[in-house]
Design a protein. Structure first.
Length: 292
């Protein structure tokens, strides 16, 4: 596989194919004394179901903002935004490495959004974050967010879904298209030297069809506010048909329930937090203000 083809595939995989995901959701502890006791910053290694997960906390008050990166990315994806967000909101900021990424242990087997949400839940509980969370989820983390909010009612006060994998996108025809396009690339990746990123891509592809058929059936809880930021170029820049389906899925998601807002990141690629950080910061600040 050429470098250009590998790069193109990984961009797509980090979005729809949902690599290793974990939703960025966090709940804030309402006890001011507990908030003041939170370390200014530092890694917390949390064990769940036999594997360790690395969480990073910047001290602040409620609501807690949890930043969850897309497939193939770890907590460092948000490094440029954490300090700005902390200054702008005064909120506690939490980032973390999903299983198999960064300082977190790898977990064998196919990608499982429900298990990733369970990891996030365990980490937040150990940190004392159990309510008033503003969840910011990019790309594959949209799957984690959906499982998380369904399993943990009352924890998340609002979400900012940044060019995120949303259930309406994953129709049977679209799943078949993705599988057909990525199958040869995944096979080629399997012949390359084994790396963390490659292993996670292969794990995502292993059970992609059934996993995303089940995800397609999920719905976002009514009444839970969500801002959906969709990139203008989408993960399918170069494929107008797929790009339009991505945009249509975002619009369908927003129209399906109250308290949802659709925002387009003009001129941005799928990496909206990198291409237009001011836009992402603005909508996180707005959601945090409503959650106070």
């Amino acid at each position: 596989m050429t470098t250009q083809r590998t790069s193109r595939f990984r961009r797509a995989a980090r979005t729809l194919v949902s690599l290793v995901a974990v939703v960025g959701m966090v709940a804030a502890c309402g006890d001011p004394a507990a908030l003041e006791a939170t370390p200014a910053a530092g890694p917390h290694l949390i064990t769940h179901d036999g594997h360790r997960l690395a969480f990073h906390v910047t001290a602040g008050h409620s609501p807690t903002v949890v930043l969850d990166a897309g497939g193939g990315e770890d907590s460092s994806y948000w490094d440029a935004l954490v300090a700005q967000l902390s200054r702008a909101t005064g909120s506690r900021i939490v980032t973390y490495d999903r299983a198999g990424m960064g300082a977190s242990d790898e977990v064998p087997g196919p990608w499982d959004g429900r298990a990733a949400a369970s990891d996030l839940q365990a980490g937040l509980r150990e940190l004392g974050v159990t309510r008033d969370v503003v969840l910011v989820s990019h790309s594959q983390a949209g799957e984690v967010a959906t499982y998380f909010v369904r399993a943990n009612p009352g924890v998340v006060a609002g979400a900012v879904l940044v060019d995120a994998n949303l259930p309406p996108f994953f129709t049977d025809p679209q799943i078949q298209r993705i599988v057909a396009v990525t199958e040869p690339q995944i096979e080629a990746l399997g012949k390359q030297p084994s790396t963390k990123e490659n292993r996670q891509l292969i794990a995502t592809a292993a059970n992609f069809g059934p996993t995303h058929q089940a995800y397609h059936e999920l719905s976002w809880p009514d009444g839970l506010p969500a801002t959906v930021i969709v990139s203008e170029k989408t993960p399918f820049d170069g494929s107008p048909e797929d790009a339009q389906r991505w945009r249509d899925a975002a619009a369908t998601f927003v129209a399906a329930g109250p308290g949802r807002t659709l925002v387009t990141a003009r001129g941005s690629s799928h990496d909206v937090p990198k291409d237009d950080p001011a836009l992402v910061l603005d909508h996180i600040e707005r959601m945090a203000a409503t959650a106070r």
